[in-house]
Design a protein around this ligand. Structure first.
Ligand SMILES: C[S@@+](CC[C@H](N)C(=O)[O-])C[C@H]1O[C@@H](n2cnc3c(N)ncnc32)[C@H](O)[C@@H]1O
Length: 274
């Protein structure tokens, strides 16, 4: 449990994940029926990019800072940019909204949100982040188990799975959770974030999704060729139950991240699992 998302907040991987998340929220709240959201690995919710952790990594400077300054960012990033502007009413880029802040601001009166976080320090910050949203609840518990236990059997549900990949069983836990929640509610949208290191690991993970993941949307942002398995060479979102309306804007988001934040040999790819 050493992982702190504060080192990575606003990096290229957050941009891909948060574009996908906000596009899903936009699509799912276009329907007036209430929405339930479960965030298995929520983190602190809001990150101070001026603190030592963020400054040490410098990842936001080559992520969200470049996006905010870009004249050519696609509309897929509009909601994220609006959330950044709301978090920084004085202007500038001091605070970066994580998934809890992005979900919180999208909630309507009848919507419900369960945010799971295991660390004492981050769950305390998460409670502060969620305080303005009456439909939101922070839970200090394992997110994989909580998603299955608290999964509504009916109604519209979005599950975000975003583990730190510190443990070798995170891949297996994602696949098992996706299968279990889709078995309980086949209409649920389940979005998982993954690092792209080498193709073998990613392909094995995708195979492990069968059959629950059939038809899932896979959005890959490879910043460079996947030749060094020790490095995070890119990232992917795998989204079961993704609406077709997500495809074009998410492709545009991945294209932008690869073109503007990647290096030679990078590649963006969007496709569906058979
Ligand atoms: C990648 S970060 C989450 C970032 C967040 N989803 C966002 O987009 O802003 C992963 C978080 O999961 C937490 N965590 C690790 N194991 C967990 C578990 N079993 N259940 C819930 N949270 C866990 C870590 O402490 C960390 O804050």
């Amino acid at each position: 449990m050493n992982y702190r998302h504060a080192f990575h907040a606003g990096n290229f991987a957050d941009l891909v994940k948060h574009a996908a998340l906000t596009l899903l929220l936009e699509a799912m709240t276009a329907d007036p029926a209430p929405l339930s959201v479960i965030d298995t690995h929520a983190g602190a919710g809001l990150y101070d990019l001026g603190d030592d952790m963020a400054k040490k990594s410098g990842e936001a400077a080559v992520g969200i800072a470049r996006l905010i300054a870009a004249p050519d960012a696609p509309r897929a990033f509009d909601a994220l940019k609006a959330a950044v502007a709301e978090a920084n009413p004085e202007g500038g880029l001091r605070l970066y909204p994580g998934s809890p802040a992005l979900i919180g601001r999208a909630l309507r009166k009848a919507d419900r949100y369960i945010a799971c976080e295991i660390r004492d320090d981050d769950v305390a910050l998460l409670r502060q982040t969620l305080a303005p949203y009456p439909g939101a609840q922070a839970v200090q518990a394992d997110g994989f188990a909580t998603a299955v236990e608290r999964m509504p059997a009916i109604g519209r549900v979005l599950v975000l799975i975003d583990p730190p990949f510190e443990r070798a069983d995170d891949y297996a836990n994602i696949a098992a959770t996706m299968a279990a929640v889709r078995a309980r509610n086949p209409a649920a949208a389940v979005a998982a974030w993954l690092p792209l290191k080498d193709l073998e690991t990613f392909d094995a993970f995708l195979r492990s999704l069968e059959p629950a993941g059939a038809g899932a949307l896979v959005a890959e942002a490879r910043l460079k060729p996947l030749t060094d398995p020790m490095k995070m060479n890119g990232c992917a979102m795998v989204i079961a139950g993704a609406p077709a309306s997500l495809e074009a804007p998410l492709q545009a988001a991945c294209d932008w991240v690869v073109a503007r934040l990647g290096s030679q040999g990078g590649k963006a790819r969007l496709w569906r699992l058979a």
